[in-house]
Design a protein around this ligand. Structure first.
Ligand SMILES: [Zn+2]
Length: 430
């Protein structure tokens, strides 16, 4: 490939630093929740950068942001890259941001070489990748791909009981949710650049990961209701302690994942809310949230069945009322072979060593894979740390990832044929 993109490493760093200032918590702790003031200010900053790069900017009714570099074949399916900028409370500066500002710099680097896209190239900033506000991750990309329908979006509420409709209108996104779904075949390819959020690349001293599959995530909410009472007054045989039931369930979650037969099964009870949560009061109500993932969907589903059976057994024995709600159960995604080939070729063009790997965390790419041939590029992050203020990716690693991304986008933009998505999308609604 003749293109030799020149990546401006210092500029990406400056822009990452600037974006980090739009946060509810002071740097380096980043808190940027969808539709809050820092989120809207960060978007305004990005839109200005996109316009300065000569891109056409559009936002949909959910706040998914698109910046388009028009190609000479504007009617052909588009090549896309991008990620998210929302951040869970006290997170770091790089998660998602590297794929957004890195995607922008990849486009600018191609522009500097005089490259002319054949297929248009679009940069996406997905709304609400993190589940912080509405309890479900990847809102924007799920909606684009039709995995979440407008009806189910309208039912969503945040912890304060405010509906998604209310808060998006307040943020200025007044359009119709019916228009968020992208027409089929809109994208020819999607590549997401992201920090690894795991330690493998750093440990093995490899500068880049090419992601071949994304593990299938699922999450459940378990509500338990026993009987409360005075911690001194109610004798042990009379008790129906919801937290003791929860404790058994949590250990079950761990055991089922450990005994699945594969190291790729992981299960976590990451949320536990106790009512009334007082030292001298028997817990009467407990809410648990459980996350289960595997690269093999059938094995993950087996663990989910075991967890649900376990809840039933524990609660029957302890006389606890319960309900289990499946929040999401998404299939895994396999990367598109043509996109993978473009990424591998781009690594060759750039002379960058890479490792083929699986993503255990999920990303907007999981849902983009339903509507477009998709793959991801991972760069190392220090200690594998993410979702923490000390999250860090080295400027050289970011620049290297951006360089390979630019080369891959150029290849994909020039490709005549669109690869057809291998697996038909199978939306799994709750
Ligand atoms: Zn992310």
């Amino acid at each position: 490939m003749l293109v030799r993109p020149l990546v401006d490493q210092e500029r990406i760093q400056r822009e990452i630093e600037t974006l980090a200032a739009f946060s509810e918590t002071p740097k380096p702790a980043i808190t940027r929740v969808v539709y809050t003031k820092p989120d809207l200010e960060a978007r305004a900053y990005l839109k200005q950068l996109f316009l300065e790069a000569g891109l056409q900017v559009r936002e949909d009714a959910l706040g998914n942001l698109f910046a388009r570099w028009e190609g000479s074949a504007p009617d052909l399916p588009v090549v896309a890259t991008g990620s998210h900028i929302d951040a869970i409370p006290y997170a770091g500066m790089y998660d998602g941001v590297v794929g957004v500002l890195g995607g922008l710099e990849a486009i600018r680097a191609l522009q500097r070489t005089g490259f002319k896209p054949f297929r248009s190239i679009e940069l996406l900033v997905f709304a609400a990748e993190e589940p912080t506000r509405f309890g479900i991750g990847c809102l924007g990309s799920r909606a684009l791909a039709g995995v979440l329908t407008p009806e189910s979006l309208r039912l969503l509420r945040d912890a304060e009981g405010r509906s998604l409709e209310e808060v998006r209108w307040e943020a200025g996104y007044m359009g119709s949710l019916e228009e968020v779904l992208l027409p089929s075949g809109y994208y020819a390819a999607f590549v997401e650049l992201h920090i690894e959020q795991g330690p493998v690349l750093e440990q093995e001293g490899i500068p880049l990961g090419v992601v071949t599959a994304i593990a299938a995530p699922a999450s459940l909410q378990v509500s338990l209701e026993g009987a409360g009472g005075h911690a001194g007054g109610v004798l042990m045989p009379e008790r129906r302690d919801a937290l003791c039931a929860a404790a058994e369930i949590i250990l079950g979650v761990e055991a089922f994942a450990k005994n699945s037969g594969s190291i790729n099964t992981v299960a976590t009870t990451g949320f536990c809310q106790v009512y009334p949560n007082a030292v001298n009061s028997i817990p009467s109500q407990v809410k648990l949230e459980i996350d289960v993932r595997d690269v093999e969907q059938s094995r993950r589903d087996q663990v989910i069945r075991q967890i649900i059976q376990g809840v039933e057994q524990v609660c029957t024995r302890r006389d606890i009322r319960y309900s289990v709600e499946i929040i999401n159960m998404d299939p895994p995604a396999k990367s598109g072979s043509e996109v993978l080939k473009a990424l591998v070729a781009a690594c060759g063009d750039a002379g960058v060593r890479f490792k083929l790997m699986v993503s255990r965390a999920y990303h907007d790419a999981l849902f983009m894979a339903r509507i477009a041939p998709t793959a991801m590029l991972f760069i190392p992050c220090r200690g594998g740390v993410s979702h923490r203020p000390d999250e860090y990716a080295a400027p050289e690693d970011i620049a290297r990832g951006v360089h390979v991304l630019a080369l891959a986008l150029a290849r994909l933009s020039l490709a005549q044929e669109r690869e057809s998505p291998k697996d038909e999308p199978t939306p799994l609604e709750d």
